[in-house]
Ligand binder design. Sequence first.
Ligand code: CTP
Ligand code: MG
Length: 234
Amino acid sequence: HRTAVVIPAAGRGVRLGPGAPKALRMLSGTPILVHAVRAMAASRAVSLVVVVAPPDGAPEVKRLLDEHSLPERTDYLVVPGGESRQESVRLGLEALPEGIDTVLVHDAARPLVPVDTVDSVVAAVREGAVAVVPALPLADTVKEVAPSPGGGPERVVATPERARLRAVQTPQGFAHATLARAHREVAGAVTDDAGMVEALGLDVVVVPGHEEAFKVTRPLDLVLAEAVLARRRA
Ligand code: CTP
Ligand code: MG
C-alpha cells in the first residue's frame, strides 16, 4: 500500500482577517501549515505529502518545510495551487507519482487533527470504502433560509432534523482511482472532495471525527488552537 496526502494550503484566509496567507500564519511560533504537515506525517501509513502552496508561494513553502524538522520516512513535494480549493486539490493530485493507491485530502487549516483520526480514515479505505469522511454531530440547530421576496431579512424555509446532520472534517480518504475520476468527470463547484464522489453516485462512509480537527477559519479559532496546544504541552 502506498498512501499519499494532498494538503490544499493555497487559500488567502480572508475570514481570518488581513495578514499573510492563512497556512503561513503562526500558531505557537510555528506556521499553521507545518503543524498540519506534521499531523499527517505522524501517521505511519503516510509515505508522501504533497503541499499545494499559494500560487506564487511555492518557493517560500519549500523553504519552510526544509527549515522545520519533519519525519524522514515521509517524502514531501510542493506544487503551486489555484483559484479555488477544488482546483488546488486537482493540481495536487496531478503531482502524484505512479503507484499511489490511497489518497487523503487534508486542509492545511486543520493543523491539530489527532493521528488516531488520520489512521481511522486510512483504515476505512483499506477495508474497501472508496470514500471516507470524518464527521461530528452538530451542537447548533441548522436552518435553511431564503432571501425575503421584497428584500429585508432572510426567511426560514426548513429545519432539517439535527440528529441526521453531521459536520464534516478532513482528512477525507479515497481510493486514488475514484478521486482522480471524480476530479476529471464532476463539473461544478463542490465544497468538499467527498461531495464529488457522491456526485458520481458512489458510497461515502463516515467515521468519527474529532473536536481538535476543527478548521481555523475566524480569529477566535486561533485562540482555541493556541489553547489546545498549551493543553498538549501541559
Ligand atoms: N484552499 C486552497 N486553494 C484555494 C482556496 C482554499 O488550497 N484557492 C485551501 C485553504 O488553504 C485551506 C482549505 O483549502 O487549507 C480550506 O479552505 P478555507 O478554510 O476556506 O481557507 P481559505 O480559503 O484560505 O479561507 P477563506 O475562505 O476565509 O479565504
Ligand atoms: Mg475558502
